[in-house]
Write a protein that binds this ligand. Structure first.
Ligand SMILES: [Ca+2]
Ligand SMILES: [Ca+2]
Length: 144
């Protein structure tokens, strides 16, 4: 799949840091990634995961509960983790995600294609309407 701006979801490096070492996996065609062979975590510990490409966020806090087979030979994180494309949240394409993008969306909120006030830049999921779905997407990207 591609993101709505045309960026392919596949092939994006994502790294996990464990005890000072970094391990990298590459996203599949759905923008998902997973890490295998992780060592056990104690309660309250978590792994730090981040996307190694500008414009993307790997959205994950991996805690002890996310690791299956803990205590065995092959503890695995098998939840499919989704990568976020932060460039989609830069609605006015000025390289920043800030209040200006939020304002652009709220100004067009509730409109559909052809209506006055509609701004296709605010229609993040490209379904022809600016509504709660777009606002939710903007909110999910707005974590930097
Ligand atoms: Ca912007
Ligand atoms: Ca929309």
């Amino acid at each position: 799949m591609n993101y709505t701006d045309g960026t392919p979801a596949a092939g994006i490096p994502v790294t996990i840091s464990i005890d000072g070492h970094e391990y990298t996996v590459i996203t599949d065609e759905n923008g998902h990634y997973q890490f295998d062979d992780l060592k056990d975590l104690s309660a309250g510990e978590s792994y730090h995961i981040e996307a190694a490409l500008d414009g993307f966020i790997a959205e994950a806090d991996v805690t002890a509960e996310d690791i299956s087979g803990a205590g065995g030979d092959n503890p695995t994180v098998d939840l499919p983790l989704q990568l976020l494309n932060t460039k989609l949240a830069d609605l006015n394409k000025d390289g920043k995600i800030n209040i200006a993008d939020f304002t652009l969306l709220t100004n067009a909120y509730g409109t559909a294609t052809g209506q006055s006030g509609f701004d296709e830049r605010a229609d993040i999921n490209k379904d022809g309407k600016v509504n709660i779905a777009d606002l939710a997407m903007l909110g999910s990207y707005w974590k930097i």
